[in-house]
Write a protein that binds this ligand. Structure first.
Ligand code: UDP
Length: 474
C-alpha cells in the first residue's frame, strides 16, 4: 500500500510560531499525513517541562518529534531583545544538521518551514524535496518586509527628521493609513546597516520561490493586503485562525482530545476559576505575550492605569517580562486585591473565550490578535516590536476592533482607553468585533475560505509528493 506523504515541519523556535505550527501539524495529521515536527533542544526541554505535548501527540500515531540544537549556549536568554542572535545562530550553524536530518531515518517527502529560516529553502532544493513556507506573523508586516527594497529605493528609508507621523507611500495598498511610526520599530534606527533591516530583506527574498506560502489569517480579514502580495507570491494558502481551525475540525470529527497546553511557561489555570466568579464581559485581560519586555516605569504606568480605571482585570506578568526592581505602592496592591488577579502565564485561548472577558490589553502579537478577533474581544494595543506596530494600526484604523496606544505609556491615557473599551464605547466596538468574529468563524466552516484553502494545501502537498517521487523513478 502506498504511504501517505511524510511532512517535516520546522517552526521558528518561539512561543507564538510554535503555537500556530503545532495546530497546523495536527490539522495535517487529521487529514492522514505523517508529520515530523522539528524542535530545537531548548524548546523541546521547556515543552516537556511545562506542557502535556507527549500525551497529546500520542493520540496521533503518525506524529513524531525530532530535535536539533539552535547553536546558542544553554544560558542564553533567547528573549525579545536578542531574537536576532537566535536567528543568526540558526542560519549559520544549523544547515548541515538540517540536511543530515532530511537524509536520514524515514524518508521526508515534503518540508514546511518558517519562511524566515531561508537556509531550509536552499537545503530542501539541493536534495530535491518540495518545500512550502509558513509565516506566522501578520500578512501586513510580511508585505512591509517585501516592500523594504522599494522603501529604500524611494528614499523613504532611512527616515529624514524625527517626525514619525509622516505618511509612507512605498508600501502599495497601505498609502492611506501607513505612517512611519507604523513600520516595524527597527525602521526607526535611521541606518540601512541596521541588522534587522538587513536580515528581513534577505530572509524574505526566497518566499515567492517556495511551492507555496502558508499564512495564519483568513481572506476576509486581510483581503487588500493579500491581493497585493499575490502579485509576487501567487500561491498563498490562508488557513487561519489556526487555533480555531483545529478546534472546528476536531469538533466536526467528534474527536474530543484532552485539554492541551503547548506553553513554554507553567500555565496557572486558577485564573479560569477566578474568571468563573466574575460578571459577564467585566474583565480586562492584560498580556504582552512571550517576548516583550516592560521596564519598571512602564510597569507602574500600566498598573496605575488599570487600578484607576476601576475595572476588573486579569494580568499576565511573565516572570522574565519586567526589568528593574519595583516597590509596589499600597494603593496598587489594594486595588489589585479588590478587582484584579495576576498570574505568571495563563491558558490564553481559554481566557479569551471566557464569557467574563470583555477586553484585551495586548502587545498586538499576531497570535494574540487572531485569538482575540475569533472570540470577538475588543483590544487596546500597546505594540512592542516587529509586526506589532502595523497590527495595532490596522486594529484601530482599518478594522475598528479597538484602539492603538502606540508609543504612549501614560497612566491617564491607559485609564481612559480602558474605560472606553469596557464602558463608554463598548456598544460601538461590539458591532465591529462581532462582525469580524462571525467572518472568522464562517471562514472555518465547510466551504469557507480557510476551510477551502486547507483542503487545497493538503491536495497540493499530495500532488507535489507524487510528482517528485515519479521524477525520482524516471
Ligand atoms: N500566551 C499564552 N499565555 C499567556 C500569554 C500568551 O498562552 O499568558 C500565548 C498566546 O495565546 C499566543 C502566544 O502565547 O498564542 C503569543 O504569541 P503572539 O504572537 O501573540 O506574541 P509573541 O509572544 O510572539 O510576541
Amino acid at each position: 500500500m502506498e504511504q501517505p506523504p511524510h511532512v517535516l515541519i520546522f517552526p521558528l523556535p518561539m512561543q507564538g510560531p510554535l503555537n500556530a505550527t503545532l495546530k497546523l501539524a495536527e490539522l495535517l495529521c487529521l487529514s492522514g499525513l505523517h508529520i515530523t515536527f522539528l524542535l530545537t533542544d531548548h524548546i523541546h526541554a521547556r515543552l516537556l517541562r511545562h506542557s502535556n505535548i507527549l500525551t497529546r501527540i500520542q493520540s496521533y500515531p503518525s506524529f513524531r518529534i525530532r530535535t536539533i540544537p539552535d547553536g546558542l549556549p544553554e544560558n542564553h536568554p533567547r528573549g525579545g531583545d536578542s531574537y536576532l542572535e537566535l536567528f543568526e545562530s540558526l542560519r549559520t550553524k544549523t544547515p548541515p544538521l538540517f540536511k543530515q536530518l532530511l537524509q536520514s531515518g524515514t524518508p521526508i517527502s515534503c518540508v514546511i518551514a518558517d519562511g524566515v529560516l531561508g537556509f531550509t529553502f536552499d537545503v530542501a532544493n539541493e536534495i530535491g524535496i518540495p518545500i512550502f513556507d509558513v509565516r506566522t506573523l501578520s500578512p501586513a508586516c510580511l508585505w512591509i518586509f517585501f516592500s523594504l527594497p522599494n522603501l529604500i529605493h524611494s528614499r523613504e528609508l532611512p527616515f529624514e527628521g524625527g517626525d514619525l507621523d509622516v505618511m509612507v507611500k512605498g508600501v502599495s495598498g497601505m498609502e492611506r493609513y501607513l505612517r512611519r511610526r507604523d513600520l516595524p520599530s527597527f525602521c526607526r534606527s535611521g541606518d540601512l546597516d541596521n541588522p534587522s533591516i538587513r536580515f528581513y530583506q534577505t530572509e524574505t527574498i526566497h518566499n515567492p520561490r517556495a511551492c507555496g506560502l502558508i499564512l495564519n489569517t483568513f481572506e476576509e480579514l486581510d483581503a487588500p493586503i493579500l491581493s497585493e502580495m499575490r502579485s509576487i507570491c501567487p500561491n498563498i494558502y490562508t488557513i487561519g485562525p489556526l487555533h480555531a481551525h483545529l478546534k472546528a475540525k476536531l469538533a466536526a470529527a467528534s474527536s474530543p482530545l484532552p485539554a492541551f497546553s503547548n506553553s513554554l511557561w507553567e500555565e496557572d489555570r486558577s485564573c479560569l476559576t477566578w474568571l468563573d466568579s466574575q460578571p459577564l464581559k467585566s474583565v480586562l485581560y492584560v498580556s504582552f505575550g512571550s517576548l516583550a519586555i516592560v521596564n519598571k516605569d512602564q510597569l507602574m504606568e500600566f498598573w496605575h492605569g488599570l487600578v484607576n480605571s476601576g475595572q476588573r482585570f486579569l494580568w499576565v506578568m511573565r516572570p522574565d517580562s519586567a526589568v528593574g526592581e519595583s516597590r509596589i505602592p499600597v494603593e496598587l496592591s489594594q486595588g489589585t486585591k479588590e478587582r484584579g488577579y495576576i498570574v505568571g502565564w495563563a491558558p490564553q485561548e481559554e481566557v479569551l473565550a471566557h464569557p467574563a472577558v470583555g477586553g484585551f490589553l495586548t502587545h498586538s502579537g499576531w497570535n494574540s490578535m487572531l485569538e482575540s478577533i475569533h472570540e470577538g474581544v475588543p483590544m487596546i494595543c500597546w505594540p512592542y516590536f516587529v509586526d506589532q506596530q502595523i497590527n495595532s494600526r490596522l486594529v484601530e484604523e482599518e478594522w475598528k476592533l479597538g484602539f492603538d496606544m502606540k508609543d504612549i505609556c501614560d497612566r491617564s491615557v491607559i485609564e481612559e482607553r480602558i474605560r472606553n473599551v469596557m464602558e463608554k464605547r463598548k456598544d460601538e466596538l461590539s458591532k465591529s468585533v462581532d462582525h469580524m468574529a462571525n467572518l472568522a468563524k464562517r471562514s472555518l466552516s465547510e466551504g469557507g475560505s480557510s476551510y477551502s484553502h486547507l483542503e487545497r494545501l493538503i491536495q497540493d502537498i499530495k500532488t507535489r509528493v507524487d510528482n517528485s517521487s515519479r521524477d525520482e523513478v524516471l
